[in-house]
Design a protein around this ligand. Structure first.
Ligand code: ZN
Length: 281
């Protein structure tokens, strides 16, 4: 999956640091990130030309990475573009190589979005300040402290013997088969989210809910929690047509035919492949 970057290691522990000679920086403009693509691999620009306006992001192996909070515009953007740098959309990190730099890029985007949404206090509207000891912003007027937000969500593989419930989202550009998915509500356990989402999206009751694995998914600023479960009682699908375009039972040996290609980026794909290959939890 996208976070499986071993032997590389991303350490997200916050440290108050200034960029050094070899530091790397993430620059963003209009929701896109600056990268240089050479022979199918990406690189990020150096931080050394502009230490002001940068905050520490994380380390990747021995390298320190920084975030430039303001959008990069004007002369500096042009200068990078003249050096062969281009702007990529977040979803492109699904396919960019090498894997560890793509994971770094989408993780940086998640952190940067949080900083930019919290420049002003949500309680009193005063400008916030960056804390120096941990990744947190603080309001100097009312004392409100804001930490990075991660939204838990579930991915659900509902099975019926040799069949699995595959879906396609309505109104999205992602057109491959997926699994039932949804965000956890306030006051809800992840297992309750599983039962509620399957009922809402497919009209099915489920039993034997088993946790499989989690995945940080910076694309939606989410921590995904994967579950397997079995249909309980009626297997007649009543699809929510606002959420889904397709919801159908697919036999284990038909998965290869209906899903033309698989990637090893997402938890969804891993769970579909696990079932396809006859593995059960
Ligand atoms: Zn405040």
């Amino acid at each position: 999956m996208i976070q499986d970057i071993s032997p590389h290691r991303l350490n997200n522990h916050y440290q108050e640091q200034n960029p050094g000679e070899s530091s790397v920086c993430f620059y963003v403009k209009n929701g896109m990130m600056l990268v240089k693509e050479t022979a199918g691999t990406i690189a990020y620009p150096p931080a050394s030309w502009d230490t002001a306006g940068c905050v520490y992001a994380f380390s990747l192996d021995e390298e320190r990475y920084f975030l430039h909070l303001e959008d990069l515009d004007g002369e500096q953007a042009t200068r990078f573009e003249e050096q062969g740098y281009t702007w990529v959309k977040p979803m492109q990190f699904r396919t960019l190589a090498p894997r560890h730099l793509a994971f770094a890029g989408i993780t940086a985007m998640h952190i940067r979005n949080w900083y930019m949404r919290n420049r002003y206090c949500g309680c009193c509207g005063h400008a916030t300040e960056l804390d120096h000891r941990e990744r947190m912003v603080r309001c100097p007027s009312c004392g409100n402290m804001v930490y990075p937000r991660i939204s838990p969500a579930v991915i659900v593989a509902v099975t019926r013997g040799e069949e699995i419930l595959l879906t396609k989202y309505a109104g999205r550009t992602y057109s491959k088969y997926a699994l039932i998915a949804g965000y956890t509500e306030v006051g809800e356990t992840a297992e309750e989210t599983v039962a509620r989402e399957v009922m809402e999206e497919a009209g099915l009751k489920v039993k034997n809910i088993r946790y499989y694995k989690s995945q940080p998914w910076g694309f939606s600023e989410t921590l995904l929690l994967g579950f397997f479960c079995e249909v309980d009682g009626s297997d007649e699908i009543r699809m929510d047509e606002e959420e889904l375009a397709v919801a159908q039972w697919v036999r284990r040996d038909e998965i290869e035919t209906v899903q033309e290609s698989f990637d090893d980026i997402s938890l969804t794909n891993e769970m579909i492949c696990l079932f396809r290959d006859g593995n059960t939890l």
